[in-house]
Design a protein around this ligand. Structure first.
Ligand SMILES: Nc1ncnc2c1ncn2[C@@H]1O[C@H](COP(=O)(O)OP(=O)(O)OP(=O)(O)O)[C@@H](O)[C@H]1O
Ligand SMILES: [Mg+2]
Length: 218
Protein backbone atom coordinates (compact mmCIF):
# COMPACT_ATOMS: atom_id res chain seq x y z
CA UNK A 1 0.00 0.00 0.00
CA UNK A 2 2.88 2.34 0.74
CA UNK A 3 4.18 1.98 -2.84
CA UNK A 4 0.78 3.01 -4.17
CA UNK A 5 0.79 6.07 -1.91
CA UNK A 6 4.37 6.89 -2.96
CA UNK A 7 3.37 6.82 -6.62
CA UNK A 8 0.29 8.93 -6.02
CA UNK A 9 2.18 11.57 -4.03
CA UNK A 10 4.89 11.73 -6.70
CA UNK A 11 2.24 12.50 -9.33
CA UNK A 12 0.60 15.36 -7.43
CA UNK A 13 1.35 18.92 -8.51
CA UNK A 14 0.85 20.34 -5.04
CA UNK A 15 1.74 19.13 -1.55
CA UNK A 16 -1.08 17.63 0.49
CA UNK A 17 -2.91 19.94 2.90
CA UNK A 18 -5.37 18.19 5.15
CA UNK A 19 -7.33 19.11 8.26
CA UNK A 20 -8.52 16.42 10.64
CA UNK A 21 -11.52 17.96 12.32
CA UNK A 22 -14.65 17.13 14.23
CA UNK A 23 -16.40 19.30 16.80
CA UNK A 24 -16.73 16.26 19.03
CA UNK A 25 -14.26 14.95 21.60
CA UNK A 26 -12.42 11.65 21.60
CA UNK A 27 -13.34 10.51 18.10
CA UNK A 28 -9.80 9.78 16.93
CA UNK A 29 -8.72 13.12 15.47
CA UNK A 30 -5.23 13.19 16.95
CA UNK A 31 -4.60 9.51 16.23
CA UNK A 32 -5.66 10.11 12.64
CA UNK A 33 -3.64 13.31 12.22
CA UNK A 34 -0.43 11.71 13.50
CA UNK A 35 -0.85 8.60 11.34
CA UNK A 36 -1.57 10.67 8.23
CA UNK A 37 1.48 12.87 8.86
CA UNK A 38 3.69 9.81 9.38
CA UNK A 39 2.30 8.22 6.20
CA UNK A 40 3.17 11.36 4.24
CA UNK A 41 6.67 11.41 5.70
CA UNK A 42 7.18 7.77 4.86
CA UNK A 43 5.94 7.99 1.28
CA UNK A 44 7.13 11.40 0.13
CA UNK A 45 10.47 13.22 0.13
CA UNK A 46 8.81 16.54 1.01
CA UNK A 47 8.87 17.81 4.60
CA UNK A 48 5.68 17.56 6.61
CA UNK A 49 4.30 20.17 8.99
CA UNK A 50 1.97 18.69 11.59
CA UNK A 51 0.03 21.39 13.43
CA UNK A 52 -1.62 20.73 16.77
CA UNK A 53 -4.36 23.36 16.97
CA UNK A 54 -6.24 21.97 19.96
CA UNK A 55 -6.32 24.66 22.69
CA UNK A 56 -7.34 22.14 25.37
CA UNK A 57 -5.22 19.00 24.89
CA UNK A 58 -1.91 19.24 23.11
CA UNK A 59 -2.03 15.51 22.48
CA UNK A 60 -0.50 15.53 19.01
CA UNK A 61 2.34 17.72 20.19
CA UNK A 62 2.82 15.51 23.26
CA UNK A 63 2.77 12.40 21.08
CA UNK A 64 5.74 13.69 19.13
CA UNK A 65 7.53 14.72 22.34
CA UNK A 66 7.04 11.27 23.85
CA UNK A 67 8.45 9.66 20.72
CA UNK A 68 11.71 11.49 21.36
CA UNK A 69 14.49 10.47 18.99
CA UNK A 70 12.20 8.09 17.11
CA UNK A 71 10.18 11.01 15.77
CA UNK A 72 11.12 11.58 12.09
CA UNK A 73 13.05 14.79 11.58
CA UNK A 74 11.11 15.44 8.36
CA UNK A 75 7.94 16.02 10.42
CA UNK A 76 7.91 19.37 12.21
CA UNK A 77 5.26 19.67 14.90
CA UNK A 78 3.90 23.11 15.81
CA UNK A 79 1.52 23.77 18.68
CA UNK A 80 -0.59 26.58 17.27
CA UNK A 81 -4.04 26.61 18.94
CA UNK A 82 -4.32 30.11 17.64
CA UNK A 83 -7.11 32.42 16.52
CA UNK A 84 -4.62 33.37 13.78
CA UNK A 85 -3.87 29.80 12.75
CA UNK A 86 -4.30 30.41 9.01
CA UNK A 87 -1.90 33.35 9.09
CA UNK A 88 0.63 31.33 11.07
CA UNK A 89 0.54 28.52 8.53
CA UNK A 90 0.87 30.94 5.62
CA UNK A 91 3.61 32.95 7.30
CA UNK A 92 5.60 29.79 7.99
CA UNK A 93 6.24 29.62 4.22
CA UNK A 94 6.32 25.87 4.60
CA UNK A 95 6.45 24.30 1.15
CA UNK A 96 5.78 20.66 2.05
CA UNK A 97 2.71 18.78 3.24
CA UNK A 98 0.49 20.15 6.01
CA UNK A 99 -1.65 18.16 8.44
CA UNK A 100 -3.70 20.07 11.02
CA UNK A 101 -5.24 18.43 14.07
CA UNK A 102 -8.03 20.55 15.50
CA UNK A 103 -9.68 20.34 18.89
CA UNK A 104 -13.23 19.25 19.66
CA UNK A 105 -14.69 22.52 20.82
CA UNK A 106 -13.59 25.51 18.80
CA UNK A 107 -15.34 26.12 15.47
CA UNK A 108 -13.26 29.27 14.87
CA UNK A 109 -10.02 27.27 14.88
CA UNK A 110 -11.55 24.61 12.62
CA UNK A 111 -12.54 27.37 10.19
CA UNK A 112 -9.01 28.79 10.34
CA UNK A 113 -7.56 25.35 9.53
CA UNK A 114 -9.91 24.94 6.58
CA UNK A 115 -8.76 28.27 5.15
CA UNK A 116 -5.33 26.77 4.50
CA UNK A 117 -6.15 23.14 3.64
CA UNK A 118 -7.90 21.39 0.76
CA UNK A 119 -9.18 18.26 2.47
CA UNK A 120 -11.20 17.76 5.62
CA UNK A 121 -11.19 14.31 7.18
CA UNK A 122 -13.92 13.96 9.81
CA UNK A 123 -13.44 10.98 12.13
CA UNK A 124 -16.75 9.61 13.37
CA UNK A 125 -17.61 6.47 15.30
CA UNK A 126 -20.40 4.53 13.59
CA UNK A 127 -22.96 5.08 16.31
CA UNK A 128 -26.23 6.97 15.89
CA UNK A 129 -25.20 9.44 18.61
CA UNK A 130 -21.94 10.39 16.89
CA UNK A 131 -23.42 10.44 13.41
CA UNK A 132 -26.11 12.85 14.55
CA UNK A 133 -23.50 15.12 16.11
CA UNK A 134 -21.64 15.81 12.87
CA UNK A 135 -23.74 18.87 12.03
CA UNK A 136 -21.65 21.60 13.79
CA UNK A 137 -18.57 20.31 11.94
CA UNK A 138 -20.42 20.52 8.63
CA UNK A 139 -21.62 24.03 9.40
CA UNK A 140 -18.05 25.19 10.07
CA UNK A 141 -16.91 23.55 6.83
CA UNK A 142 -19.78 25.09 4.89
CA UNK A 143 -18.89 28.59 6.06
CA UNK A 144 -15.37 28.27 4.69
CA UNK A 145 -16.48 26.11 1.75
CA UNK A 146 -18.48 29.05 0.51
CA UNK A 147 -15.18 30.71 -0.44
CA UNK A 148 -12.98 27.77 -1.35
CA UNK A 149 -13.28 24.15 -2.43
CA UNK A 150 -12.84 21.72 0.41
CA UNK A 151 -13.26 18.00 -0.06
CA UNK A 152 -15.08 16.58 2.93
CA UNK A 153 -14.49 12.95 3.85
CA UNK A 154 -16.11 11.14 6.73
CA UNK A 155 -13.80 8.55 8.23
CA UNK A 156 -15.42 5.88 10.38
CA UNK A 157 -13.08 5.14 13.26
CA UNK A 158 -12.98 2.90 16.31
CA UNK A 159 -15.19 0.49 14.42
CA UNK A 160 -16.00 -2.65 16.39
CA UNK A 161 -16.09 -5.86 14.35
CA UNK A 162 -19.30 -7.65 13.47
CA UNK A 163 -21.59 -4.74 14.10
CA UNK A 164 -24.46 -3.66 11.91
CA UNK A 165 -23.86 -0.11 12.93
CA UNK A 166 -21.24 0.65 10.27
CA UNK A 167 -23.64 -0.05 7.42
CA UNK A 168 -26.36 1.97 9.09
CA UNK A 169 -23.99 4.86 9.75
CA UNK A 170 -22.89 4.84 6.09
CA UNK A 171 -26.51 5.02 5.01
CA UNK A 172 -27.12 7.91 7.41
CA UNK A 173 -24.16 9.80 5.92
CA UNK A 174 -25.34 9.13 2.37
CA UNK A 175 -28.78 10.43 3.27
CA UNK A 176 -27.12 13.68 4.33
CA UNK A 177 -25.26 13.79 1.01
CA UNK A 178 -21.91 13.18 2.69
CA UNK A 179 -19.02 11.13 1.38
CA UNK A 180 -17.73 8.45 3.74
CA UNK A 181 -14.40 6.86 2.85
CA UNK A 182 -14.67 3.17 1.97
CA UNK A 183 -11.88 2.33 4.39
CA UNK A 184 -12.78 2.40 8.08
CA UNK A 185 -10.39 2.31 11.03
CA UNK A 186 -11.08 -0.69 13.28
CA UNK A 187 -11.14 -0.44 17.05
CA UNK A 188 -7.89 -2.23 17.85
CA UNK A 189 -4.98 -1.90 20.26
CA UNK A 190 -2.66 -1.08 17.38
CA UNK A 191 -4.13 2.42 17.36
CA UNK A 192 -4.98 2.93 21.02
CA UNK A 193 -1.44 1.98 22.03
CA UNK A 194 0.26 4.02 19.32
CA UNK A 195 0.41 7.23 21.38
CA UNK A 196 3.98 8.41 21.81
CA UNK A 197 5.37 5.97 19.27
CA UNK A 198 6.27 6.03 15.58
CA UNK A 199 4.69 2.80 14.35
CA UNK A 200 6.31 0.96 11.43
CA UNK A 201 2.90 -0.27 10.47
CA UNK A 202 0.55 2.63 9.88
CA UNK A 203 -2.38 0.28 9.48
CA UNK A 204 -5.18 1.48 7.22
CA UNK A 205 -4.03 5.11 7.23
CA UNK A 206 -2.01 5.03 3.97
CA UNK A 207 -5.18 3.74 2.30
CA UNK A 208 -7.24 6.46 3.99
CA UNK A 209 -4.85 9.02 2.48
CA UNK A 210 -5.00 7.43 -0.96
CA UNK A 211 -8.80 7.46 -0.94
CA UNK A 212 -8.89 11.05 0.24
CA UNK A 213 -6.47 12.21 -2.46
CA UNK A 214 -7.98 10.11 -5.26
CA UNK A 215 -11.31 11.81 -4.74
CA UNK A 216 -10.14 15.20 -5.88
CA UNK A 217 -7.87 14.15 -8.74
CA UNK A 218 -9.02 15.26 -12.14
N1 LIG B 1 -8.89 2.97 15.87
C1 LIG B 1 -8.80 3.03 17.21
N2 LIG B 1 -8.91 1.91 17.95
C2 LIG B 1 -8.83 1.97 19.30
N3 LIG B 1 -8.62 3.09 19.99
C3 LIG B 1 -8.49 4.24 19.31
C4 LIG B 1 -8.57 4.28 17.89
N4 LIG B 1 -8.40 5.57 17.49
C5 LIG B 1 -8.22 6.30 18.61
N5 LIG B 1 -8.28 5.52 19.70
C6 LIG B 1 -8.17 5.92 21.10
O1 LIG B 1 -9.32 6.70 21.42
C7 LIG B 1 -8.96 7.80 22.27
C8 LIG B 1 -9.30 9.12 21.58
O2 LIG B 1 -8.49 9.22 20.42
P1 LIG B 1 -7.85 10.62 19.99
O3 LIG B 1 -7.11 11.25 21.10
O4 LIG B 1 -7.14 10.38 18.71
O5 LIG B 1 -9.20 11.41 19.73
P2 LIG B 1 -9.41 12.98 19.56
O6 LIG B 1 -10.61 13.14 18.69
O7 LIG B 1 -8.17 13.64 19.12
O8 LIG B 1 -9.74 13.43 21.05
P3 LIG B 1 -9.86 14.96 21.59
O9 LIG B 1 -11.20 15.45 21.12
O10 LIG B 1 -9.78 14.81 23.07
O11 LIG B 1 -8.74 15.73 20.98
C9 LIG B 1 -7.47 7.65 22.54
O12 LIG B 1 -7.31 6.96 23.75
C10 LIG B 1 -6.97 6.81 21.37
O13 LIG B 1 -5.84 6.06 21.70
MG1 LIG C 1 -7.12 15.27 19.91
Amino acid sequence: MSEQLEQLLAQLDEPVQVTVGALKGGVGKSTTAVHLALALAKCSPLPVMLVDADPVNASTFEWSEFAGDDWPSSVTVNYWPSANLAKRVRDSRHTGHVVIDTGPSDPAILRQALMVTDHLVVPVAPTPAEVSRIRPTLEAAAEVGFNRDISLNVLFTRVKPNTRSLREAREAMEEQGLHALATAVPFVLQYSQAFGTVPDDLGVYPTVLIETLERTRA
